[in-house]
Design a protein around this ligand. Structure first.
Ligand code: SME
Length: 137
């Protein structure tokens, strides 16, 4: 039996599990710092295809989290000025940084078609998911 699945496959399975089990998680993806460049690169996701594979640091919600090292919860994406729209059906977003050895190396990004669905429980839960993911990186 071959248990030798890749890290990217594990990340995809994690995205799928989250999307399948939490009804307001409509797009789930992991972005990581792209080598030594000041940009993020999408490594794994489930949901609608996106044009935003590369996101420069500072741009959009994701790019802001890459530099702030803080969770970013957006109850209403239309009210955000520094926001990169992926799909017109998206109403809200949550981005949680992923730390490895204390360094912000990436993030989990979740889009929702439900307005204002994210609570502190999502933040605590997704922080835990990222801590677990950091162990396999
Ligand atoms: N909305 C994000 C861009 C990534 S998509 O949601 C997949 C942002 O503003 O950074």
């Amino acid at each position: 039996k071959n248990n030798d699945i890749t890290v990217t496959e594990r990340l995809e399975l994690t995205c799928q599990l989250l999307k399948d089990n939490i009804n307001y998680y409509d797009w789930v993806g992991f972005y990581f710092k792209n080598g030594d460049k000041d940009e993020l690169k999408l490594r794994a996701y489930v949901g609608e295809e996106t044009d935003h594979i590369i996101i420069p640091f500072g741009k959009g919600i994701c790019g802001q989290v890459a530099v702030s090292n803080e969770n970013f919860v957006v109850p209403d994406v239309q009210a955000q000025d520094n926001y990169i729209a992926c799909s017109l059906t998206v109403k809200s977003e949550i981005v949680i940084p992923l730390f490895k050895n204390g360094e912000n190396i990436g993030q989990i990004d979740i889009d929702s078609e439900t307005p204002d669905p994210f609570t502190e429980k999502d933040e605590r839960f997704l922080e835990f998911v990222n801590q677990e993911v950091a162990k396999i990186l």
